[in-house]
Design a protein around this ligand. Sequence first.
Ligand SMILES: Cc1cc2nc3c(=O)[nH]c(=O)nc-3n(C[C@H](O)[C@H](O)[C@H](O)COP(=O)(O)OP(=O)(O)OC[C@H]3O[C@@H](n4cnc5c(N)ncnc54)[C@H](O)[C@@H]3O)c2cc1C
Length: 518
Amino acid sequence: MSGFIYDFIVVGSGIAGLYTALLAQEHGSVLVVTKAGLEECNTRYAQGGIAAAVAPEDSPERHMHDTMVAGAGLCNPAAVRVLTEEGPARIADLIERGVDFDTVHGEVALTREAAHSLPRVLHARGDATGMEVELTLARLARFSRVALLQNHLVTSLLVENGRAVGIGVADLRQGQRKEVRGRHIVLATGGAGRLYYNTTNPEVATGDGVALAYRAGAEVESLEFYQFHPTALYDPSAPPFLITEAARGEGGVLRNKDGERFMVDQHPAAELAPRDVVARAITHEMRRTDQSHVFLDLTHLPSEKVQLRFPTIYRTCRDLGIDITQEWIPVAPAAHYMIGGVRVDLWGRTNVPGLSACGEVACTGAHGANRLASNSLLEVLVFARRLVRAAIEMVPEESFADALSVLRVSGPPAEIVVDPAQEGISAAELQELLWTQVGIERDGAGLTYACDQLADWRTRPVQGSSDRDCLELEGMFLTAHLMANAAAIREESRGAHYRTDFPAPDPVWKKVIVQRAS
Ligand SMILES: Cc1cc2nc3c(=O)[nH]c(=O)nc-3n(C[C@H](O)[C@H](O)[C@H](O)COP(=O)(O)OP(=O)(O)OC[C@H]3O[C@@H](n4cnc5c(N)ncnc54)[C@H](O)[C@@H]3O)c2cc1C
């Protein structure tokens, strides 16, 4: 396969990779490379749904307003306008491709999530929206002309004369390395929840794309903003499992161990306050009561409604011995969504010609400092289409619509020489460091410590139990370093970034931090 040229090489097979591939195959040859099975990705675990202004009483302007408010002054208005105006047409396209959204009386059913001013979130199979979307797109991809390479991990981007021209890839089954060349390289590698000790993300979410792009000379933006979901199921013996915000949208309330609704005193919207507010309030309540979790109470809601609306949550909890119609669910915050990422323009292009990015790995600026719930799946659909259009037709040369000022800094070194004589470092040590020092609350001393520690760890061998672990870890340390560095630079609190030593927003910081390798 070495030397073979595709029109598009897409790295990743979540919604971003598959939707891009399905659109791109109408215009040329497409290869999708993915490091695990086709359907293993964040997308398949999405529960709540996809936000879009499809209701008669809603409008793109209203959706835009809510998105900008959640983004805490750092949204790129041009990106939000594109997102909210083009969103409804992308939903219609998904429906045409076979995604079966839930309906009531023949109309799509809409639910409300935190910080949305009205119900606007489409969902499927109750609380299994991501599964419906992923399985539908994967089925279409399997029966399309798209070439699929599973269990292949992309380890590098090939850059010649400043242009991305291909990928270096490791075949995880056969243990071989190869290079594949392509005219357009699209990163759709998803998020980085696995950098943290507690996360809602599956194993593949190790932030590879940020490290790959940064090493190839791409700029990365807003990596200090990581969204923590307030309510992951607390069961240390079970795999990560999210309890969707829609459970609070439908009337679920948070209680401490004594049954008190502690959110009522914290925010006028109580349980439906923005995610960062709820995540911090839970953290404080856990600390105050010396508990490892709080509880989400759905027991006052009609039992049939709970089972019908949240079948996956009902079944998963029941299998773990919790009947959510009768008992409170133990929950705690967990790392959930990478808000920043590889900096792209309104057409998905990075600053490296030939290299685009889409989905959770990309930073379009649409989420600002805090993502509005259920906007991420919509962002993928809208910007995937734009990215493919930009590859096949002339689009306006307009590039990064810089409505905000930009602070450009030289980030940590992209490459580091490893001393094999030193002691190896494992993922668990990294995850603990990020959780404690670059987590829900941070401060200058902790962030400096994290940066120093990461600079040191990056010169040591990685300690993994498989080839894949080791290859992933190299990227994880770099992505973590970029996140800690950005968080150390931003001396204020805004959106998902909360500094206990700078607890308020500072107008001086109404700018985005962009890092580039020197
Ligand atoms: C539990 C959960 C619930 C969520 N609920 C919602 C919701 O209700 N609404 C919403 O809008 N958003 C939700 N999100 C967020 C949303 O699901 C994700 O942001 C979105 O699915 C990301 O899609 P993606 O295609 O960018 O990444 P992913 O779906 O994660 O796909 C990434 C792909 O890249 C592959 N990959 C990664 N690195 C490499 C490499 N080096 N080489 C080859 N392949 C690689 C992975 O294997 C995977 O196939 C949720 C997320 C989680 C985890």
